[in-house]
Design a protein around this ligand. Structure first.
Ligand SMILES: O=C[C@H](O)COP(=O)(O)O
Length: 280
């Protein structure tokens, strides 16, 4: 029997009009350290600014949710991140949360990471297999942050379509509902990677590693949405931006309202000048 609970939660994660998901992630500190993550050092303020822009969801760990989400109950879905790697071992996500905790905290999804083609792929997949079984049983969507960043992948091949396709396909085979991975760099190769999973499986992209300029970033998102990517789960580029709320609103229009890059830049300029965020 289909699980109604999962359907209800998925409907809160995915915008019904655009059929895309827009999640912002603030889960970076454990894996990347806090010194260089200036945009989320003051985590409450970062979350306040992001949520004012009305994304669909926010990816965070249980402790941050417990401390920072009381004043935002019901404003956006929580995607509960239950694993992260340590800075000293970036190819091995360590699971520190549970599906039950996510359910108790009102999350609409569980989020877990895995690094493929490295020394720890097997162990991580073994753990995710158990998590996905539990998520299926309890009606909880499972989103994977799956990247081809293992020891066997040279740096320049981390966005090769076949490596991205491998991550996407592995996530699907492991029983996830959504995978977040890296954009390949162009719409044709990304579409090729996405074609390796059934169309009911959602592929979303990260942002931080791929772009250096605002133009690159907006163009990447527009191209990705147009070639079949099902949304974003992005962090660093957004909360490092000088006007976080304005950029979140602009992404919402780019993703859900199909704004062109030109329209998005005009809206951004308007918001940065007027600060009339609540009108949008
Ligand atoms: O959850 C965090 C992601 O791995 C990175 O997202 P980001 O690249 O947009 O910062």
């Amino acid at each position: 029997m289909a699980m109604l609970g999962k359907e209800v939660r998925m409907s809160r994660l995915v915008n019904p009009k655009s059929n895309k998901m827009m999640a912002i992630t603030v889960d970076h500190a454990i894996s990347r350290g806090i010194a260089n993550m200036t945009g989320i050092q003051d985590i409450q303020s970062a979350i306040d600014k992001i949520l004012r822009g009305k994304p669909d969801a926010l990816t965070m760990t249980k402790g941050i949710a417990e401390h920072c989400m009381w004043k935002h109950v019901g404003e956006a879905s929580i995607l509960m991140k239950i694993s992260n790697p340590a800075p000293a071992n970036l190819t091995r996500d360590v699971v520190f949360g549970t599906v039950d905790e996510a359910i108790r905290m009102g999350a609409d999804g569980v989020s877990v990471g895995a690094i493929t083609m490295g020394d720890f792929q097997g162990k991580q997949f073994e753990e995710i297999g158990k998590i996905s079984e539990e998520c299926m049983r309890k009606g909880m969507p499972l989103i994977g942050h799956v990247y081809p960043k293992g020891e066997n992948v040279p740096l320049q091949e981390r966005t090769a379509w076949e490596n991205i396709a491998y991550c996407v396909r592995s996530a699907c085979e492991l029983g996830m509902d959504i995978v977040k991975t890296t954009y390949t760099g162009d719409p044709d190769s990304m579409a090729k990677a996405i074609s390796c999973v059934p169309s009911s499986f959602r592929v979303v992209i990260q942002g931080g590693d791929a772009c250096h300029t605002l133009d690159d970033y907006l163009n990447m998102i527009r191209d990705a949405m147009d070639c079949g990517v099902g949304g974003v789960t992005m962090g660093r580029f957004i909360w490092d931006y000088k006007d976080v709320t304005a950029l979140v609103i602009v992404l919402r229009y780019l993703i859900h309202e199909k704004y062109s890059v030109k329209e998005a830049k005009e809206l951004l300029e308007h918001l940065e000048n007027k600060k009339d965020y609540d009108k949008f």
